[in-house]
Each structure stands twice: as structure tokens, then as C-alpha cells.
Write a protein that binds this ligand. Structure first.
Ligand code: PGA
Length: 243
């Protein structure tokens, strides 16, 4: 894993956006795996700036998102579909039909998950997968568990994730208890992975991901087995690393 130290959140975001922009310039029809949450917001802001000021075009880019809350319609203000429109897609020249986000209202979410994995294969696989990391080491909504989950499927969110995400809702009760999450198989099949971490709250998860054993109780630790992972993190997120 290549570790790039950023000075702070904005520096992390700039570095991540430069990396994605270079990918899009080199391969205009790249498949980008996209993430939600607070971590990638600055990266998306920078990409929008590159589009406006540096004519970076996304018109041939294809995207697949990691996850969606189960039970929320795409129009719900806290849905990840809404998040992507508001924070990226509405501000760039991406072709709407080229964007893919799990359907939070799928009737049979596990069958739907298998179709989503098949879709990623049909697109030629993910060129760059952008990831955040949860405070307990989850990636997408793959929560700590006894085994690594492979398929895209319906998952139960754990208490820490519900508490962490309550800040986006009026109250903790409103946070959906389930989500459709991309599984480890599609994430690990990405050609490159770009994982971002910022702030004290991620320091323990980053340490466990980088220096701990590969253990499904720290889902991000599976990234040690991927040949091309870049971690861009600020000093506080890296503060517990031995090196
Ligand atoms: P955050 O979430 O970016 O909102 O901290 C990260 C994650 O849960 O993967």
C-alpha cells in the first residue's frame, strides 16, 4: 500500500482529485467507483473546479457507487443518489445514463446485488475505486464480521455506523438500519483503489487497516491483499502508524 501524507483535509482532497483527474484524462471512458459520506466531499468539489476551470470532461466516464440506504427512494435528501447529484453529477458533464447507484427500493435486494456485480463485470471492471473508511474499519457498508462478505447484497448497519451517520439525519431513529452494499469481490477486483482518511476519528481504523492482521473484524484490512492501493490521509489520521 502506498501511503501519501497530506497536510490536512483540503490537501488530501486536492491530491485525490488530481489523481482521479489524471485517470480521466488518460482514459476518458474510465469506470470510476464512487463513494459517499463526508470524506470525498472535498474531492468532488475539486473535480467540479477542474471541470469548470480546466475543462476536465466527464462525458464518457462511467460510474458505479458503493452503496445506498435500503428503503430510501432516490429522491430522499439523505439518499446516496441525491448526494451524488447534489455534490458531483449536477455540476459536471457526466452522461446520466452512465451513472449507477444501487436501488434502495429493490424488491429482492440480494438478487439485485448479483445483477449489480454482473453489471460491473460487463462494464469491464472498475478502473479506480474511491473509498472512505469507517471508524471501525468498514469499507462501503461491509461491517466488521466473522467473514469477509463477497457479493453485493443487503446488509445490516451496526450501531457505530448508525451513530456515525446520525449527523446527516434529524435524529438517530431516522437512520435506515439496512443498506445495499457493494461486496468485497467487486471492490477487490478494481484495478486501483484510492482510499482517503482524515481526522483523529479514523486513526485507529487506519492503523488496523495498514499494520494489523488481515481480519474481517477490520474489513479494510483486506486491502493489504490488493496489489495497487493508495492511501491519502492527513497527519492526524496517520498519527498512530508506527512508521
Ligand atoms: P465518512 O464515512 O466519510 O462520512 O467519515 C466514511 C465511511 O463510512 O466509509
Amino acid at each position: 500500500m502506498l501511503i501519501i501524507k497530506a497536510q490536512d483535509y483540503n490537501d488530501m482532497s486536492r491530491k485525490a482529485a488530481r489523481f482521479i483527474a489524471a485517470q480521466v484524462q488518460l482514459k476518458p471512458n474510465s469506470v470510476l467507483g464512487l463513494a459517499t459520506g463526508s470524506t470525498p466531499l472535498g474531492t468532488y468539489r475539486e473535480l467540479i473546479r477542474f471541470h469548470r476551470q480546466e475543462e476536465l470532461s466527464f462525458c464518457d466516464v462511467r460510474t458505479v457507487n458503493l452503496d445506498e440506504y435500503y428503503g430510501l427512494p432516490s429522491t430522499h435528501p439523505q439518499s446516496y443518489c441525491h448526494y451524488m447529484q447534489e455534490h458531483l453529477f449536477n455540476h459536471i458533464d457526466i452522461t446520466p445514463g452512465n451513472t449507477h447507484i444501487p436501488d434502495g427500493l429493490a424488491d429482492d435486494p440480494n438478487a439485485y446485488g448479483r445483477e449489480y456485480d454482473d453489471l460491473i463485470v460487463c462494464m469491464g471492471g472498475i478502473d479506480v475505486q474511491l473509498l472512505g473508511i469507517g471508524s471501525k474499519g468498514h469499507i462501503a457498508f461491509n461491517e466488521p464480521s466473522q467473514v469477509f462478505s463477497t457479493q453485493t447484497r443487503l446488509v445490516d448497519l451496526n450501531e457505530t455506523t448508525i451513530e456515525d451517520n446520525a449527523r446527516f439525519f434529524e435524529s438517530e431513529e431516522e437512520v435506515p438500519r439496512q443498506a445495499i452494499s457493494m461486496g468485497m469481490k467487486s471492490i477487490m477486483a478494481a484495478k486501483r483503489i484510492l482510499i482517503l482518511a482524515s481526522g483523529n476519528g479514523k486513526a485507529e481504523a487506519v492503523k488496523a487497516m495498514v499494520e494489523g492482521p488481515v481480519d474481517p473484524m477490520v474489513p479494510a484490512s483486506i486491502l493489504q491483499l490488493h496489489p495497487d492501493v493508495i492511501l491519502i490521509a492527513d497527519a492526524t489520521a496517520l498519527s498512530l502508524l508506527a512508521q
